[in-house]
Design a protein around this ligand. Structure first.
Ligand code: EPZ
Length: 427
């Protein structure tokens, strides 16, 4: 298994192009199941998760053509053409779904277009139990008969779906997206109340509108969808990855460097920018993206709590904790979205961090320095937080289980090395 070797202590300085957002790309790709026409997507990141979803879609009958790297949004992103002329198979098997939970996003489109679907239950994952009950409740409200049998979700709507009011008791990105996609082809009006407002949901909704869907309230917590008979093809460029941008902002801050994040959008990172500002890291909007620079001296300890958008993102919690581990003063970090998302803590402590977890909160007492160590993590954001800690640490670190990073960070070593990091992959 590949490892990453990092020799810490060098400031990260230069330009970093921000790739298309993984968590938008996956959903927009799933939307190709809703039409017989071609969906042409650009600015797709080159990531293992994208390949996994392409494999899921291919076995449902989607023809997929990759058109190489074509410039989009100022840097190279891949172009993918997806055509689901016919749905040849409505079953998403365990072997594919267990590799990536986002595969459950084929459920809504398949039921809406083909009238039925059998999708493996994704099961638990490293960051928590992550049920799909809200996805199922939403689709049931639209008239699907849903049954759980043999580890699979069986959903039927032989006469088609109908519009309904779907009120979510808690904010779920995936459930909002599944119901949104299904509602585009349902008869009549659907209202999704307490919808997720994450920019990735907005990106999906905007692509659906280009395909002919009628959606109002994009970017708000109430989405109103008028179902249409059919959707058509469209061209869409995936929105830049706000979590990748936030991660590299921390890389600059934790090493005392200065970076330009090309293509990053300030409106997707308002809370993060505000929190970094309080910690002593200036993030300024420029014509090309965001400029990040740490003010003189150490960053300061700041308390945060993760929340649905526009709150502080859970997908940046581990990276922010790495920054706080070398801050002046203490920081209380509270995770409210997932119940088991502190797996990076023991590994950071092995690098010299002082962190105590009490339930959903972690008390981080900033240290003047971290020391390199051999570490590993069990999910994507935890892994990258260890890379960040290693960039700031004295001496050499080895980060194991690099396949987590390959799921979500396109060209991580190349992007950091171009900004002066001493980082290499060991095969
Ligand atoms: C998406 O996951 C992202 N994944 C996650 O990013 C991200 O952390 C999360 O949203 C929150 O922003 C993708 O987009 C592929 P949720 P999702 O449904 O949709 C509970 C990364 O590192 N819940 O908003 O699965 C759930 O357990 C990943 O890139 C239910 O109880 O997240 C969680 O506590 C990790 N029942 C909360 O809601 C349900 O039916 C929010 O989950 C669905 C969710």
């Amino acid at each position: 298994m590949d490892k990453i070797r990092i020799r810490g202590g060098r400031p990260i300085e230069g330009e970093i192009p921000i790739s298309g957002a993984k968590n938008a790309a996956l959903k927009v790709m799933a939307a190709s199941l809703l039409t017989a026409d071609t969906l042409r997507l650009s600015n797709l990141p080159h990531l293992a998760d994208i390949t996994t979803l392409a494999n899921v879609l291919a076995q449902h009958g989607v023809e997929i053509h990759m058109n190489g790297a074509v410039g989009d949004g100022g840097h190279a992103g891949r172009v993918l053409e997806l055509t689901a002329r016919e749905i040849t198979n409505t079953r998403a098997p365990y072997d594919l779904v267990r590799k990536m939970r986002a595969s459950v996003l084929v459920l809504g489109p398949l039921v809406a277009r083909a009238g039925h679907a059998e999708v493996s239950l994704p099961g638990g994952c490293a960051i928590g139990t992550r049920p799909v009950d809200l996805h199922l409740q939403g689709l049931s409200a639209l008239g699907a008969e849903v049954e759980l049998r043999d580890g699979y979700i069986h959903a039927h709507a032989p006469k088609g779906l109908h519009g309904a009011e779907v009120v979510f008791p808690l904010v779920s990105v995936g459930a909002t997206e599944n119901v949104l996609m299904a509602a585009t082809l349902a008869k009549g009006e659907t209202r999704i109340v307490n919808a997720a407002r994450e920019p990735e949901v907005g990106d999906l909704a905007e692509c659906l509108v280009k395909m002919g869907a009628r959606i109002e309230g994009i970017g708000t917590d109430t989405l109103t969808i008028q179902g249409v008979e059919r959707l058509g093809g469209a061209e869409h460029a995936i929105t830049p990855d706000r979590i990748e941008a936030g991660t590299y902002a921390v890389a600059a801050a934790i090493t005392g460097g200065e970076v330009d994040l090309i293509g990053a959008r300030a409106d997707h990172l308002r809370t993060t920018i505000e929190v970094l500002g309080r910690a002593g890291v200036a993030v300024v909007e420029t014509e090309r993206g965001l400029h990040v620079a740490r003010a003189n001296g150490r960053v300061k300890g700041v308390d945060i709590m993760t929340e649905p958008f526009p709150g502080f993102p859970t997908d940046l919690q581990a990276q922010f904790m790495a920054l706080m581990s070398v801050a002046e003063g203490a920081s209380m970090i509270t995770e409210t979205i997932f119940e088991n998302r502190f797996m990076h803590v023991p590994e950071m402590c092995r690098m010299g961090a002082n962190i105590n977890v009490h339930g959903a909160s972690a008390m981080v007492r900033g240290q003047t320095k971290l020391a390199g160590a051999e570490v590993m993590a069990t999910d994507l954001r935890a892994s990258v937080s260890l890379v960040l800690a290693a960039l700031a640490a004295e001496g050499e670190s080895i980060v194991n289980r690099v396949y987590h990073l390959d799921r979500g960070y396109e060209g991580l070593e190349a992007k950091l090395a171009a900004c002066g990091a001493e980082i290499e992959r060991i095969k």
